[in-house]
Ligand binder design. Structure first.
Ligand SMILES: [Zn+2]
Ligand SMILES: [Zn+2]
Length: 548
């Protein structure tokens, strides 16, 4: 019997992970993360709960990755730390993973660079990658042959007839695999609500070229740091039009380095400059690529907009292009950033005003094309919120699939197949584990760490009450402490903390005061600094911001 379990990605957007299990032998496809919402301070990453695999590490034959987006590989180092199993990925995806593994210090993993079009035997499964176009190079769909029948797992895809890197989707392989008979198609639902075709990356190139040729002042472009094709395009255009390009932001610099190392990014000679060199060049000649397209606090773009970068800032006449999608939930933050750029005298272009971004996920016609080539027995929408899964199921029914052959599943569910036929559903343990970015520890480990910290060093809770409108303090900051002697007794440290917090609130820009995640972090670091200056022990500090 084949069991296909979904540990993430169905009904919740992000952290895609699917477990294929044939008679106890396991193949894992993708192992992604998702970003927490703004009101989860201290939590930097959410990954799937691996509980259902816990006692079966010796039964896992391998982990196969479809492509290098965080929602597919973001949890890989955490997974491999606990389950050191062989990994299969295409060259660029493997490059991204190696960087992650070395950051977390996970060694001795057996790695196989997956060559598209070749078959790999992994336990009882035979797996082949089919090249597909997407918004990161080197993406593949997977043909997974199992003893119960063939599964086609699309991963993320679109059908771009003129991709910037020239690597086309291998349409014929979908067609051939369908002709040989596919039991189940697991297909990306992200853009099922978009009619027609989603459009080619080459249209973005044309738009960007228009802005680059017309540029009179600094041009900032923010984009997803995995979109190496777009990075390449901007470098090529810059070189053609005599512009210099600076990369700003850790993820962008790192991914570009992986891209260059693996051969997926070629930086033209004499085109790249460092952020420090930007002020030395005529403003009309400089393009700055930054990460932080979701206006994350402390991201590169936020630092530029709010004058926190040493060398880069927005000046009168500068243009910022958001060459990326705004992920739902981040709209407010992005809007605040856009307003800030205008306040500085700059201008902003988003995908709403011009073709500066196109999605990496296929729309209705692209989904239909895949389905018509593959002609599966069972049609299973994956990768999307519940509404999109339902929409994709409806699209299949409209195409003529019988209702009982279209299966809408969800995270935490397994679908069973026997001798080519669907054999029922089963619940599996699934959920989220929260990861703290400073330590890369899961939060239950952190709880232990916090308790230890608390019992050894005590706790300090600085409370600031601010008026949302005026961004002024409503009253003097209050400091509550427990088990922490340094703030009691009249040595003046408590007064100093209050004074420093008041000073912080006076000097912080209004935008940062309104962003409670930024304000909390600043309050915490201010208290820490004051205590350090007074040679006090550093307690557990939990800032509280009250807005009225
Ligand atoms: Zn993707
Ligand atoms: Zn994805």
């Amino acid at each position: 019997m084949l069991k296909v379990s979904f540990l993430g990605g169905l009904g919740d957007f992000g952290k895609n992970m699917t477990v294929y299990e044939q008679d106890g032998h396991i193949l894992v496809v993708d192992c992604g993360s998702m970003f927490p919402e703004a009101d989860n301070p201290g939590i930097d990453l959410i990954i799937p709960d691996f509980t259902c695999l816990r006692d079966r590490v010796d039964r896992i034959a391998g982990l196969v990755l479809t492509h290098g987006h965080e929602d597919h590989i973001g949890a890989v180092p955490f997974f491999l730390r606990d389950f050191p199993v062989p990994v299969f990925a295409t060259p660029l995806t493997m490059g991204f993973i190696e960087k992650k593994l070395s950051e977390l210090g996970v060694n001795n993993i057996e790695k196989t660079v997956l060559e598209a079009g070749r078959s790999y035997r992994i336990g009882p499964f035979v797996v082949e990658g089919i090249p597909v176009t997407h918004s990161v190079p080197d993406a593949v769909s997977l043909i997974i042959d199992t003893p119960e029948g063939r599964v086609l797992h699309t991963g993320d895809f679109k059908l771009d007839q003129s991709p910037l890197d020239g690597r086309l989707t291998h349409y014929h392989r979908f067609h051939e695999s369908g002709r040989d008979g596919v039991m189940a198609l697991l297909i990306d639902s992200t853009n099922v609500e978009v009619e027609g075709m989603v459009g080619s990356e080459s249209r973005v190139r044309k738009t960007l070229e228009r802005y680059i040729t017309a540029q009179r002042s600094k041009l900032f472009i923010t984009l997803f740091s995995t979109n190496l094709m777009r990075l390449q395009t901007i470098f090529d255009l810059a070189s053609r039009h005599g512009r210099k390009v600076a990369l700003f932001g850790r993820s962008l610099v790192q991914n570009a380095k992986v891209g260059v190392d693996v051969g997926y990014l070629r930086i033209p000679k004499d085109t790249q400059i460092t952020p420090e060199e930007v002020p030395r060049h005529p403003r009309g000649n400089v393009i700055v690529l930054t990460s932080g397209s979701q206006a994350e606090p402390f991201s590169a773009l936020n630092r530029v907009a709010f004058d926190e970068s040493k060398h880069l800032f927005i000046e009168e006449g500068d243009l910022l292009i958001l060459s990326s999608r705004i992920i739902p939930g981040n709209e407010k933050r992005v809007a605040r950033l856009i307003n800030q750029v205008y306040r500085k005298g700059g201008e902003v272009i988003t995908a709403r005003e011009d073709r500066v971004h196109v999605s990496g996920h296929g729309a209705q016609e692209e989904i239909r094309l895949i389905a018509s080539w593959v002609q599966p027995e069972y049609y299973i929408p994956v990768h999307g919120e519940y509404r999109q899964l339902k929409g994709n199921a409806q699209l299949a029914c409209d195409m003529g699939f019988a209702k009982d052959k279209v299966i809408v599943s969800g995270t935490g569910e397994a679908l069973k197949f026997e001798k080519g036929a669907f054999a029922g559903r089963e619940e599996v343990p699934a959920g989220s584990v929260l990861i703290d970015g400073d330590t890369s520890d899961s939060v239950d480990r952190l709880v232990v760490r916090d308790r230890r910290h608390l019992s050894n060093d005590g706790i300090v809770v600085p409370i600031v009450v601010i008026n949302r409108q005026s961004t002024r303090m409503e009253s003097e900051p209050e400091i509550i402490s427990r088990g922490y002697p340094y703030l009691d007794g009249g040595n003046g440290t408590a007064d100093e903390v209050r004074k420093d917090l008041a000073a912080l609130l006076r000097t912080l820009p209004a935008e940062e005061i309104r962003d409670s995640s930024i304000l909390k972090a600043k309050v915490k670091s201010t208290v820490k600094k004051t205590l350090k200056r007074n040679e006090a022990k550093i307690p557990l500090i939990i800032p509280v911001v009250i807005e009225i």
